[in-house]
Design a protein around this ligand. Structure first.
Ligand SMILES: Cc1cc2nc3c(=O)[nH]c(=O)nc-3n(C[C@H](O)[C@H](O)[C@H](O)COP(=O)(O)OP(=O)(O)OC[C@H]3O[C@@H](n4cnc5c(N)ncnc54)[C@H](O)[C@@H]3O)c2cc1C
Length: 464
């Protein structure tokens, strides 16, 4: 495999996108009409289109995307699909209370099973492997926390999760760093671009119209409806659904108060040989993460490459989200170093693919929803690292909000209330760096600082 240099445009840098062969759909030109316009062709936009079709099959729906479908985080992620709607059960209790945490666990479990049923029923192939997820402890203290987290998950009804001691853990993944782990069978692997393409094909088959390379530049609401302007045309619709996650502040600056756009970076290796695989073990091909706030996560691809990522996401000052943020040499070097620390005998493995993508972090680390523009615009954003699965539930929420239909998902506290806002710049950059440093110290084994304890007391908790 030829070394692909870093700093390629995302379509060439991202392993998942490189294997896609289709041409982009035609851009929007001139004036058109629709019942509902969806902005963004990632998981949120596509699931919303599918739920809208289910609720009202004859609806005229148009999806507008500035790149090709999966241009944002949906095409750039690790493809680790879990049942979580919350960021962690502990944080869900802190932010929403114990009863709601249980409700979210149940809703997540149902969403997870329904997602598989949908893929099977519609024949969507996305290299799905239902192998579960290992959460690793890198110190005895982390292992104690993991065991506590498993006990609290059991008490909330997630009884499928179990603890593995150090020997059992290393029998699965042979790294000298691991002191134990927890295993949750309710997790799967997907090729995210294949999943997006499958959902898009299904939505198009049911009648949704798609325009790609079509950047929305303005949304203007009037009494009769809403006008969505793009670089080359405009659409008049009854409702607009904003499914643009970390990009949303560019169209609606007021939403930017509620989230930080952050960039997560990953590497993808050349295919591992049989001998290299045997060094790691990994016979069951699980997704893997660890118990730190800034953790490493990794998985195998269908052709046995390692996708190696890190959650030490970068905030680009001034809420920047653009192609200049797609690469970070500092993050790539740190990722290579952490790979070598985890698997010293494999430190010479090459990683020809490297890229980053924007996630959207609220102070609750869960999405939020609402309406603007006299109720004509519906939004749902705030997906961080669990969006591959939870965006399906978000799509269901958005479809019901857009059509004014009632459903129990609209009663979730994450739908009914807003997260605490972040401060504006320049305070924002300072706050991000202070909180990140405090969380890093906890990852290194220190006690949470006064700052973190104060934020926890306010119900703003960031540690996973
Ligand atoms: C490196 C990385 C690894 C991750 N790993 C995982 C993982 O393993 N598991 C997991 O569950 N989650 C993971 N995530 C998170 C997950 O990918 C996201 O939560 C999820 O994809 C969010 O989907 P979305 O549709 O809401 O947003 P996006 O996929 O970002 O979609 C928004 C879309 O809107 C379009 N858009 C924005 N503005 C405009 C405009 N003005 N006009 C037209 N179109 C516009 C964008 O181009 C984009 O396609 C990861 C994310 C990253 C970046």
């Amino acid at each position: 495999m030829q070394q692909v240099p870093a700093r390629q445009p995302i379509e060439k840098a991202c392993y998942w996108m490189v294997t896609r062969t289709r041409e982009p759909d035609l851009a929007l030109e001139g004036r058109q009409d629709a019942d509902v316009v969806i902005i963004g062709s990632g998981f949120t936009g596509l699931w919303t289109s599918l739920f809208l079709r289910e609720l009202q099959p004859g609806l005229d729906i148009v999806v507008l995307e500035q790149g090709m479908a999966a241009h944002g985080a949906s095409g750039r992620n690790a493809g680790m699909l879990g049942a979580n709607i919350d960021h962690s059960h502990e944080l869900a209790i802190e932010h929403f209370g114990r009863d709601e945490a249980e409700v979210l666990i149940q809703a997540g479990q149902k969403n997870f099973e329904e997602l598989f049923q949908f893929l099977a029923a519609r024949g969507i192939d996305c290299d799905l492997e239902r192998n579960g997820v290992l959460n690793m402890a890198l110190s005895t203290r982390q292992f104690e926390h993991l065991r506590e987290a498993v006990r609290s998950a059991h008490a909330l009804g997630a009884s499928q999760i179990r603890v593995l001691d150090a020997a059992e853990t290393r029998a699965e993944i042979n790294s000298p760093l691991y002191h134990g782990s927890s295993f949750n069978p309710d997790a799967a692997l997907v090729n995210p671009v294949k999943l997006v393409e499958g959902l898009k094909r299904e939505s198009a088959r049911l009648g949704t119209r798609f325009h790609e390379r079509t950047r929305v530049t303005a949304i203007e609401a009037g009494r009769a409806g809403v006008r969505v302007r793009t670089l080359g045309g405009e659409i008049h619709a009854r409702k607009v659904v904003l499914a643009s996650n970390a990009y949303s502040h560019k169209l609606l600056p007021r939403l930017g108060r509620y989230f930080l756009p952050l960039y997560d970076y990953v590497l993808v290796s050349e295919p591992l040989s049989q001998a290299q695989r045997e060094i790691i073990g990994w016979r069951r091909r699980q997704s893997v993460g660890d118990a730190r706030t800034f953790f490493n996560y990794y998985r195998l691809t269908a052709d046995d490459r390692v996708l190696w990522g890190g959650s030490d996401a970068r905030y680009h000052s001034g809420n920047r989200v653009d192609e200049a943020c797609d690469h970070s040499e500092v993050h790539y070097a740190a990722l290579r170093e952490s790979w070598g620390q985890h698997f010293p005998d494999l430190s010479d493995v090459e990683f020809p693919y490297a890229w980053g993508g924007p996630i959207c972090a609220t102070t609750r680390l869960t999405p939020f929803f609402g309406t603007l523009k006299r109720g004509r615009l519906v939004y749902g954003l705030g997906y961080t690292g669990h969006g591959v699965g939870s965006t399906r539930l978000g799509g269901r929420i958005l479809a019901h909000l857009a059509l004014g239909r009632s459903d129990r998902v609209l009663d979730f506290k994450m739908v009914r209330s807003k997260p605490w806002p972040y401060p504006p710049e320049p305070l924002r950059t300072l706050a991000v760096s202070a909180v990140s440093e405090a969380l890093r110290r906890v990852d290194r084994g220190e006690r949470p600082s006064l700052l973190l304890r104060a934020l926890d007391a306010m119900g703003i908790g960031f540690s996973s």
